[in-house]
Design a protein around this ligand. Structure first.
Ligand code: MG
Ligand code: FE
Ligand code: FE
Length: 171
């Protein structure tokens, strides 16, 4: 832990930042796995477009986990060392895919992104003007999560429109 680097944090307990980052770290691993498994089991119409998006998002969540872990260490903390702790620390629920249809999978994934946006938005509010390094990191992750939600929603809406049009043609 660099002393001068951490001395620039003002008005916030470093232990509190570490606790919040570890919760986000748990979220990232669960989000990673959710995307990973969804990209494998997904079924139905336009699934190839969804697989591209889910695979890309899985890689992003893993990258976020790396960023958060590195910052926790920089602050003198230890990232969660046991996967069991992901469930007890996570802010966001793990949405186990039960219906493998594209639309159901996208709905689960959208819920996850909406939770991630709330988490990083709170972290940005908490660290603003107090811990510039964490603030910059959570802001950049937040921008990714906003993009993730938008990508999934746009794909969801395209598929929904396509199904509606298809039904009209078949009638
Ligand atoms: Mg995307
Ligand atoms: Fe993420
Ligand atoms: Fe995301």
């Amino acid at each position: 832990m660099g002393k001068r680097g951490n001395s620039i944090i003002k008005g916030l307990e470093i232990s509190e930042i570490i606790t919040m980052l570890n919760k986000a770290y748990a979220d990232e691993w669960l989000a990673y796995y959710q995307y990973f498994i969804e990209s494998k089991i997904i079924k139905g119409i336009m699934k190839d477009a969804a697989i591209v998006e889910l695979t890309q998002h899985a890689a992003d969540e893993l990258r976020h986990a790396t960023m958060v872990a590195d910052r926790i260490i920089q602050l003198g903390g230890t990232p969660l060392t046991h996967p069991q702790a992901w469930f007890t620390h996570a802010n966001c629920a793990y949405e186990e895919p039960k219906d493998f249809d594209v639309v159901a999978i996208l709905n689960d994934a959208i819920k996850g992104e909406q939770c991630a946006i709330s988490v990083y938005s709170k972290l940005a509010d908490m660290t603003k003007d107090k811990d510039i390094i964490t603030y910059n990191m959570v802001s950049s992750i937040l921008a990714d999560e906003v993009e993730h939600e938008e990508d999934l929603q746009a794909l969801h809406d395209d598929i929904a429109d396509f199904i509606t049009d298809l039904k009209k043609c078949v009638q």
